[in-house]
Design a protein around this ligand. Structure first.
Ligand code: ADP
Length: 400
């Protein structure tokens, strides 16, 4: 049967796989739904609320089962799976997390893993995150760095999100000593657009850790602060100037949203491609920037590859049971160097603005197509599929 939603996979091209179409979420095309229904596909959503994922799966003919049932093809969950649940997966079942992904998505673990790579493969090769200390244990080391670089520094809870608990300090005495926190060098020369600081949300899909298979989605979001940037310490407490989180800035009366999905460069949230077009017009080398972004993504994932691949060997019974979509937050500085700020487990799929729906529906739809059959990449770019690392191994003597 020929249908745009069905592709034939496998060596003999006899296995039907579903190709997803983002438009179905709006058009609710009955033909697409009925093709999916024919294959009796089921999903469940656990510990998260994702209207977008539910909408895409149901419009493609999947039916939703009770969270306690195990009769699913796809499980979409907001958190990691317990080892006994992973072990019970059958070969046709898929879940949206790898075991031990927190090696990437917890800020303290990410930094430690990258630091380890800096030591074994050369500091310069892995200088992709701002210098960070975990307090209180590394307080002395932090003080020694503070003598050389008086900041400001940025304080973050070890495992938090949406800008919660984040603030800037210009003096070690302002740091609480009774909690586990991270203190990172503050990048005080961010690239500005119209004088505003912004960061970029990128979507990274990993379909396998062994062999490592990473895809970067072509489109992303640029998120702007709501107060013009000033690098002086006078406004150090102004979150609307220094933090670019949507959850922080939407509380500002200056937040501007855009109601037209066709307009991608207006207000406080732009598409990444609109941001890149703007920078290109300003004479910036955006091709070089994006190749450095790819390099950063690969290196970050590599830094947790071994731990996650080992956990997969221990807990995951079949090769294609797990996949994961990570949200990478990247800050670009005025020298056009991208810095990795953090990797989000379960990046927000909320669609508050029409631009969110436009970008995220296609991104999730292309993700499901790849997960079904890697021949259907959509707008994802294959950025790492060989085991050859994109850097040279150096010995500890010539590190730095
Ligand atoms: P959260 O998980 O709470 O969003 P982030 O690490 O992403 O934490 O930090 C929140 C925001 O703070 C970022 O979006 C960015 O605007 C700003 N920020 C974080 N770290 C730095 C840094 N080292 N230098 C400059 N700005 C930073």
């Amino acid at each position: 049967m020929d249908h745009p939603c069905i592709a034939w996979s496998g060596l003999s091209r006899k296995i039907p796989v579903l190709v997803f179409f983002a438009e179905a979420i709006v058009s609710k095309d009955g033909n697409i739904r009925s093709v999916g229904e024919r294959y009796n596909l089921a999903f469940k959503i656990v510990r998260t609320e994702s209207r977008l994922v539910r909408g895409l799966l149901t419009t493609h003919g999947f039916h939703e089962i009770h969270p306690n049932s195990n009769d699913f093809n796809l499980m979409w969950t907001g958190s990691h799976l317990k080892p006994y649940l992973l072990r019970s997966l059958q070969d046709f079942q898929k879940v949206n997390h790898f075991p031990r992904s927190y090696e990437l998505t917890r800020k303290d673990r990410l930094y430690k893993n990258i630091q380890r790579m800096q030591q074994s493969h050369g500091f310069k090769n892995f200088h992709i995150v701002p210098q960070t200390f975990v307090l209180p244990s590394e307080y002395q080391e932090f003080c020694s760095s503070f003598v050389k670089d008086q900041g400001p520094w940025i304080i973050k809870p070890v495992a938090s999100s949406r800008g919660r608990g984040i603030y800037l300090v210009s003096n070690p005495t302002q740091i609480p000593m009774d909690e586990n926190i991270l203190v990172s060098r503050y990048i005080n020369n961010p690239l500005l657009i119209d004088d505003f600081k912004f960061d970029v949300r990128l979507y990274v899909l990993v379909t396998s850790y062994d062999p490592l298979t990473i895809y970067l989605y072509e489109e992303g979001l640029a998120r702007f602060a709501t107060v013009k940037y000033d690098c002086g310490t006078k406004n150090i407490k102004n979150q609307f100037m220094h933090l670019t989180n949507y959850s922080v800035n939407k509380k500002s009366s200056d937040y501007v949203s855009c109601d037209d999905p066709e307009v991608e460069d207006y207000g406080n949230k732009w598409s990444m491609s609109a941001m890149l077009r703007y920078l290109k017009q300003e004479g910036k080398d955006t091709t070089l920037l994006m190749s450095q972004v790819e390099d950063l993504v690969i290196k970050a994932v590599l830094s947790a590859e071994l731990q996650i691949a080992t956990a997969c060997k221990m807990f995951v019974p079949h090769r294609n049971n797990c996949f994961e979509l990570y949200g990478f937050d990247v800050l670009i500085d005025s020298n056009l160097k991208p810095w990795l700020l953090e990797v989000n487990l379960s990046p927000s799929l909320a669609c508050d603005a029409p631009l969110d729906l436009k970008i995220k529906a296609s991104m999730i739809s292309d993700m499901f197509s790849i997960v079904g059959d890697s021949a259907h990449k959509g707008r994802y770019i294959y950025i790492f599929f060989k085991r050859k690392p994109p850097y040279k191994k150096v010995t500890s003597q010539n590190a730095n």
